[in-house]
Ligand binder design. Structure first.
Ligand SMILES: Cc1cc2nc3c(=O)[nH]c(=O)nc-3n(C[C@H](O)[C@H](O)[C@H](O)COP(=O)(O)OP(=O)(O)OC[C@H]3O[C@@H](n4cnc5c(N)ncnc54)[C@H](O)[C@@H]3O)c2cc1C
Length: 400
């Protein structure tokens, strides 16, 4: 390739690591800076629909993920008001065949570890842990990236910088200091249950989505089916940054009171050991995606409510589109890179905005009360599984 080759990525989350693999496949040399000293087992389950798994399979991750990811047989839509299942949406092998890619549920740490292992095997990617991105300055020779490891501050030259450093992005702060994450008024609680502790009907390879008054609950198997991942979303005012604050079980269990919530849902909540909570923040719609030779990716530019289960999926899609645009750029110098990054942003904006809106809309539907909840349940039953699934086609059928 004619253009110079070194790209720095800030952040070794799902988006940053996928971008590293996608860009290296286009012939770039990649340095990934990750502020954490270790890629820890923080976090819990992520859902990866075919639009995202297709990209990961294309990057050669099928074998690394197959053993850890679970392909659910179905998504059960449950209503607290109706006391049980409203509808079962078939997934499983037939859906994988039809989509040409699996629907996976996977522990975030397993996905990150699989991506990191692939990155570690790639000769053109260097992953530096304990390295915090601090600043970037553009000049005639490209970009100087300033980063810190312990007490040592270093400056290095690069041709482009990708900010994949999450919702609290330092790169975004550097580019667009006026853009601040907004608290949604909702708190997500997560925990896992050892699958052997639950009756068999709760450990089926199924995603259970419980909708109820002002709150909802999602549960599915991870870690090859050995654990059940439970996430409960409730309103609240606690809004500190971070992914893993310990919380008292009563805070979450009390948000799902009987008789509004059936015993099956409450039983799962009481079985969780070690609840952790994180406040749900979003990056406001309309954040710009790039400036000069610096671009944003994933949560850094579009952190969204998790109710469309597309937070990781959109970061993965961003990564492959970014690589297409940078890889297709044959113009020498800063202007060519800046143009490719602008085109990447333009290519992503409308789709991501639509997904952000769909996620907000889902949240409103899940939390309905009274007559609205009755109408919702009737409408879901009337639509039937095929039509409900078809409403996701615009998300799942996406191809790079
Ligand atoms: C620890 C953690 C746990 C999570 N748990 C869940 C979960 O349970 N469920 C869920 O739906 N989503 C979770 N998420 C969010 C989910 O991973 C993202 O929404 C999605 O995968 C998009 O990822 P991303 O790569 O854009 O950002 P992220 O996954 O947030 O990754 C950003 C990375 O950038 C690093 N970073 C930040 N600042 C700097 C800097 N200045 N220099 C270098 N590195 C930096 C962070 O340490 C992090 O590794 C979690 C994220 C994190 C970081």
């Amino acid at each position: 390739m004619a253009v110079s080759r070194t790209i720095f990525i800030a952040g070794a989350g799902i988006g940053g690591l996928t971008a590293a693999l996608a860009l290296a496949a286009k012939g770039f040399r990649i340095v990934v800076l990750e502020k954490a000293e270790r890629l820890e087992e923080v976090g819990a389950g992520l859902q990866l629909s075919p639009n995202a798994s297709r990209v990961l399979v294309g990057l050669g991750l099928l074998d690394r993920l197959r053993l850890r990811a679970v392909t659910p047989e179905a998504i059960s839509i449950m209503s607290a008001r109706a006391g049980g299942e409203l509808m079962r949406l078939p997934l499983g092998e037939a859906a994988t065949q039809a989509a040409g890619a699996p629907y996976w549920v996977v522990h975030r740490a397993d996905l990150q570890a699989a991506l990191a292992a692939a990155v570690g095997d790639h000769p053109d990617i260097e992953l530096r842990l304990g390295a915090t991105f601090e600043d970037a300055a553009a000049h005639a020779r490209g970009l100087t990236i300033v980063h810190r490891s312990g007490n040592s501050r270093q400056n290095e030259l690069a041709n482009a910088l990708i900010g994949a450093d999450g919702v609290w992005s330092t790169v975004r702060q550097h580019l667009f200091p006026d853009v601040q994450p907004r608290f949604s008024g909702l708190i997500a609680w997560r925990g896992t249950i050892d699958a052997t502790q639950l009756p068999k009907e709760f450990t089926a390879r199924r995603v259970q989505l419980w909708m109820g008054p002002g709150a909802h609950l999602v549960a599915y198997p991870i870690a090859g089916g050995r654990q059940i991942n439970v996430v409960a979303v409730v309103p609240g005012t606690w809004n500190r940054p971070g992914w893993s604050t310990a919380g008292h079980p009563s805070e979450v269990v009390d948000a799902f009171p009987a008789p509004h919530w059936p015993s099956a849902a409450r039983m799962m909540l009481t079985a969780v050991d070690g609840w952790r909570k994180w406040a749900l923040f979003g990056v406001p719609e309309g954040c710009e995606w790039s400036k000069g030779q610096v671009a944003l990716l994933g949560d850094a530019v579009h952190a969204m409510l998790p109710f469309a289960a597309q937070g990781a999926g959109m970061a993965i899609e961003d990564a492959t589109v970014l690589a297409q645009h940078l890889g297709g750029n044959t113009t020498e110098g800063a202007e060519g890179i800046a143009r490719a990054l602008r085109q990447y942003g333009r290519a992503r904006q409308a789709r991501v905005r639509r997904v952000q809106r769909a996620a907000r809309q889902q949240g409103r539907i899940y939390h309905m009360t009274g007559p609205l909840a009755i109408a919702r349940d009737l409408a879901i039953r009337a639509l039937g599984p095929q039509r409900v699934l078809a409403r996701q086609d615009w998300i799942y059928d996406w191809r790079p």
